[in-house]
Structure formats: C-alpha cells, structure tokens
Design a protein around this ligand. Structure first.
Ligand SMILES: Cc1cc2nc3c(=O)[nH]c(=O)nc-3n(C[C@H](O)[C@H](O)[C@H](O)COP(=O)(O)OP(=O)(O)OC[C@H]3O[C@@H](n4cnc5c(N)ncnc54)[C@H](O)[C@@H]3O)c2cc1C
Length: 496
C-alpha cells in the first residue's frame, strides 16, 4: 500500500484525500491551522458562528462528479440554490438592484436605466454560454505536461473566440451595454476572481453565464463549513488521521524524491508520495527555495486581491428588506478599481460585500440577533504591509454601511473580529495576504500556472488555488481530480 502525506486540509486537500483513499492509498494529513478547511473555515465566537471565507459557489455538479468518483451514496452536506443571487447598491442612492436568475424579474430591475435590457443580456449570455461549453472540457478540466501541449490545446479552441482573449471583461461589457449600472454590476464577476474588470480577460464573462443561467449560485444548509465537517466525517470513517497545529517547514530528500516532510518541531512525516495543498507558488518559494520563485519573482507575479474581513454579531435584527448577499459600490468604479490594489486610494469610501449569515442560517446567531460577514478587497502586503490602521478602516466601513442600511451598527455590535491581510497570510500561509492566490491572467493559467507536479521531486504533487485549474471551491474540486489523475498515472490505482 502506498502512503501519502497531504500538507494542508483545504478543500483541494480534503477532496484529494477522499479520491486517493477510494483508490486504496493510505492517507494522513498535516495542517498548520488549528482546524481543517483552509480558507473554507469557520469562526465561533460569543454565541455566533461565521464562515471565514467563501459564502456561495457555482458548478455544484463538480461536487456530484466527486461524489460518484469516491463512491458515496450521497454528499455529506446539502446545497441550497440562491434565487436572488445578490443585491447591489451605489453610494448616494436608495435603489438596490436585485440580481435574480429569473430573466423577467432581472429585466424589470434594469428597465429604467438600460433600454432593451433583456435582448442585450440574452445576446451577451449566449456568447458566454457558447464559449463556456466549447472550452470547459477541452481546456479547463485537463492536465498539461508542458506549455507546448497547452498551446496546442488552445489552437483547438475555435478561432472566432480569439478576440475574447484580447478584450477585458470591461470592454466586453461596453460592447453589449450602455448604462454604467449594468456594466459595473455585471463586471463584478472579475472581483470574484480577485481582480478588476479592466485587467481580467473577457473569457471570464463565462462567470456571468454560470451565475445567471447554467448552475446558478448555491450555499450550504447550516453554513458553508458543513462541507468541511461532512468531508472530515467521511475521511475519519476511512481511517485518515489529521494532525493540526503542524506546519511543514522543511523536508528530507534522497535520489530525486522527498522521503519526509519536516514540521516546525522537527518531527519527520515519512511517506511514498506527498501532496502539497499549501499555496503551490508559496511552497516552492518558501519551503523548496526554488530560484524561479524567489521573493523578487514572486512579487512580480500577479496576485489576487487581499481580503479585509469582519465578523460581527449584532444584538438586533436588520430590516427585512436587506437581503442575504449585498454589494455596496461607490461612484468612482474605474478610478477605484485602478488604484485600490496598489494602495493608491484612501479606504474611506470603500467598496465591499456583506453577507447576513443569519438570514439563511438562523442558528448562526442567538434569537433576535444577526451575524454579519463583511469582505472589503484591499491591497496585498506588497503594496500595504502596515495594517496598524485596521480599526480606522473597519470604522470607515461600518459608518458607511450604517448610513446605507439605516441602522447604527456601532450601537448593536456585541461581537467583532477583524482579519486584515496580515491575519490571512499568517493563518494559512497566503503569499503577502493575497486572498485567492495567483491571478488568472492569460500568462498565469493552464500550462503557465504552477504545475500540479513538482519539477524536481517526482513523488511530490500540488492541489489548490494557485495550481491548475485555479481559484474558488469548484476549481479546488476539479484540481483534486486532476492531481489524482497524475498520481494514479504514476503509481496506479492500488486496488481498482
Ligand atoms: C475571503 C474569501 C472569500 C472567498 N469567497 C469565496 C466564495 O464565495 N466562493 C468560492 O468558490 N470561493 C471563495 N473563496 C476562494 C476559496 O476559499 C478558495 O479558492 C479555496 O477554499 C481554496 O482551497 P485550497 O484547496 O486552495 O486550500 P486552502 O484553503 O488554501 O487551504 C490550504 C491549507 O494548507 C495549510 N497550509 C499552508 N501551508 C502549510 C504548511 N506549510 N504546512 C501545513 N499546512 C499548511 C493552510 O493552513 C490551509 O489550511 C474565498 C476566499 C477568501 C479568502
């Protein structure tokens, strides 16, 4: 039997562990943090429960594919489809644009600002749909052994899509819509990828198709952390041991293989195969000391936004008309997008997202109370390393939010936790606090992304946001499929 050590317990790791166990591998997991899940984590405090990072996701069928692959009769958690995807408010206006999946209701939201919205939206989504279905299996869900193999695959993408590679999400919006509101709202998908619509290739407008038409958005009954609870329960049944507060800080190697990973206490974790779920670029930089991943080169890569997050317990309920998922935008979209990542704009007029957790999971807050999660994209620590102004930034967001929802939050906060990029970096070894890992620019995806196998040690593999295919929960699940393919190709299914 082959023994595998997995460093990390993020979603990519948990799903890889399940896939490997189902193929007869013996798996053990070591995790730096005090509990499993990585960014898909949970905070319990003062009687409130919060999901630490992800709040919703698309492509649920990837979880179904995973379930079948590992032979589970049902997934150990329950999805809940969101009917109203999210609401968007612009500073200074009372109007809340409700983003429904239902095209009729969606069109009504925009009839005042965008004539012929329905027709234009259908045309826009048609284009995105065609691109999605023509490339999903051809390009996205594949392992690449070389850049050349990747480029040869791209050649098979129909030529009519070439302009999409050259345009940005914003340019694509401008081709289809007139109004500032529609363009800004439907280009928010770029922020979901941790970037801005001005520097994200228009191929990612497929995300508008996945959210509005294809599979929609879902969350999980009882909170997103139920995914982790459920998978860990299954792994426990399968005999997989997990060790927390255990950080891999070094390794021992012989004859082109790693024979043991070494933790912060000097303990050696021996195995035949190692899967790294720590950020794939960070691990090569920090633990393996690879030249290609020196600090200078790492800093030159494009990293996704850093999160500034707040977890608030309120001793009151918010007005009924405040929905579950909310985006609060300003009136200087282009300027803000251009400057926020480089710390060239003040955070006193912030753009942010708020999730009223207790609206969908009432048990996350005591009776009569509300639990809120706020996420504000901010510069990573290459551009802003000092977060001693965290209270000022938090107060600025809370003041703005209080004005916009008509509730003086300061009077009702009974629990408050703030995580700046510093805490995100230190909790999960995220490079300079970048929340979603490496960006998805054309030169950082597919064959150009850090590979899911090691360049030097042939028994070391990677899974997670900064290797293929990319960031987000469904991508982590696809990544586990890709890395399992690599491992079984090299070592075989131990028992079929
Ligand atoms: C604020 C925020 C909001 C998000 N919202 C969404 C959302 O709504 N929808 C969505 O789909 N995605 C969202 N994401 C992205 C999503 O969380 C990630 O893409 C996904 O969870 C990454 O999974 P992963 O497999 O890369 O593992 P990670 O979550 O990165 O976990 C890696 C694990 O490895 C551990 N580790 C690191 N170094 C070591 C070491 N040396 N030794 C041992 N262990 C180590 C870490 O502690 C961590 O537990 C969000 C992310 C953030 C930060």
């Amino acid at each position: 039997m082959k023994k595998v050590i997995i460093a990390g317990t993020g979603l990519g790791a948990l799903t890889t562990a399940m896939r490997l166990v189902s193929r007869g591998y013996q798996v053990e997991m070591v995790e730096k943090y005090h509990q499993p899940g990585g960014r898909l984590n949970q905070l319990r405090k003062d009687g409130f429960t919060f999901d630490l990072g992800p709040t919703f996701f698309s492509m649920t069928y990837e979880f179904e594919e995973f379930r079948k692959d590992v032979g589970l009769s049902r997934l150990p958690f329950t999805f809940r489809e969101l009917d109203l995807l999210y609401a968007v408010n612009f500073r200074g206006s009372d109007k809340r644009y409700m983003i429904y999946r239902d095209p009729e209701r969606l069109a009504r939201e925009f009839e005042a600002v965008e004539p012929d919205f329905r027709k234009k939206m259908d045309r826009f989504l048609d284009g995105a749909a065609r691109f999605f279905h023509d490339t999903e299996h051809l390009v996205l869900k594949r392992n690449y052994d070389s850049v050349m193999q990747y480029l040869l695959t791209l050649v098979r993408v129909p030529i009519r899509y070439s302009p999409k590679l050259l345009r940005s999400v914003w340019t694509e919006m401008e081709r289809h819509f007139e109004s500032r509101e529609v363009k800004e709202i439907f280009s928010l998908v770029a922020f979901f990828l941790g970037a801005t619509p001005f520097d994200t290739p228009s191929i990612y407008t497929i995300l508008s198709y996945t959210e509005l038409v294809h599979d929609g958005y879902h969350n999980v009954v009882g909170g997103m952390y139920k995914i982790v609870d459920g998978l860990c329960e299954e792994l426990k049944k399968a005999g997989v041991a997990m060790h927390f507060n255990t950080e891999i800080t070094g390794y021992r190697h012989e004859n082109g293989k790693i024979v043991a990973m070494v933790d912060q206490n000097g303990k050696e974790w021996e195995a035949d195969i190692f899967v790294v779920n720590a950020d794939a670029a960070w691990f090569r930089h920090k633990i393996l000391g690879r030249k290609k991943y020196s600090e200078k080169k790492m800093d030159q890569l494009k990293w996704t936004l850093a999160p500034f997050t707040m977890y608030l317990g309120l001793d009151t309920k918010l007005p009924h008309d405040v929905p579950l998922h909310n985006y609060f935008l300003g009136n200087n979209f282009r300027e803000y997008s251009g400057k926020i990542f480089k710390n060239a704009i003040k955070l006193d007029q912030p753009y942010y997202y708020m999730n009223v957790v207790s609206k969908s999971d009432p048990e996350s807050a005591p009776d009569g109370c509300e639990s809120l999660f706020i996420l504000c994209p901010v510069p990573d620590m290459r551009f802003k390393s000092d977060w001693s102004d965290r209270d000022k930034v938090a107060d600025g967001i809370l003041k703005d939010l209080s004005d916009r929802i008509g509730v003086n939050l300061g009077k009702h906060i009974v629990s408050k936790t703030v995580m700046t990029p510093v805490e995100w970096r230190d909790s999960f070894n995220l490079y300079k606090g970048s929340g979603l890992g490496l960006g998805h620019d054309l030169d950082q995806i597919g064959g150009f992304r850090p590979k899911n196998y090691d360049e030097t040690f042939d028994n070391v593999f990677y899974v997670g946001a900064s290797t293929v295919p990319g960031t987000g929960l469904p991508m982590a699940v696809i990544g586990s499929k890709l890395v399992t393919e690599r491992i079984t190709k090299a070592y075989g299914p131990i028992h079929a």
